[in-house]
Design a protein around this ligand. Structure first.
Ligand code: MN
Length: 128
C-alpha cells in the first residue's frame, strides 16, 4: 500500500513542486496550507510522514511540531522541517522542537525523494 505523506506549505508554488517531485514515487499525497489544517488532516488521515514548512501563517512550524509531538499517536511520525531560514542555530531549534530532519529552501528536487524515503525507512526500522 502506498504511504501517505502530508505536505504542509502555504506557498502554492512550493506545494506544487513538492507534490510533483513526490507523486511519481507512488506516495499518496495530502496537502495542508497552514498549521491548523495540517493538524486536522493528520488526525483524520494518519500520514506516515509530514513535510512541514516552518514559515506558516498563524501557527508557526515550530508550534505545529510541538503539538504533533505532544500527541501520543503522532510522536513517532517523522516531521521534515522545510525552511528558507538557514540561520545559524535554526536547525538545532527545529530539532529541539521535535523535527526529525531539515531541508533548506529552495527545495532541492533531487534531494527531497531520498530524504523522504530515508525517514520512512528509519521510522519502519524503529517501529519493528
Ligand atoms: Mn511559508
Amino acid at each position: 500500500m502506498a504511504e501517505t505523506i502530508l505536505i504542509t506549505e502555504d506557498n502554492q508554488r512550493n506545494m506544487k513542486l513538492m507534490e510533483a517531485v513526490l507523486r511519481p514515487h507512488g506516495y499518496n499525497i495530502l496537502k495542508a496550507a497552514n498549521g491548523e489544517e495540517a493538524l486536522e488532516v493528520a488526525v483524520r488521515e494518519k500520514p506516515a510522514l509530514i513535510l512541514l514548512d516552518m514559515e506558516l501563517p498563524k501557527l508557526s512550524g515550530i508550534e505545529v511540531t510541538r503539538r504533533f509531538k505532544q500527541m501520543p499517536d503522532f510522536a513517532h511520525i517523522p516531521i521534515v522541517a522545510v525552511t528558507a531560514y538557514a540561520m545559524k542555530g535554526d536547525k538545532e531549534k527545529f530539532i529541539e522542537a521535535g523535527c526529525d530532519t531539515y531541508l533548506a529552501k529552495p527545495i532541492n528536487t533531487r534531494e527531497l525523494p531520498g530524504v523522504v524515503a530515508e525517514m520512512l525507512a528509519r521510522q519502519k526500522r524503529n517501529s519493528v
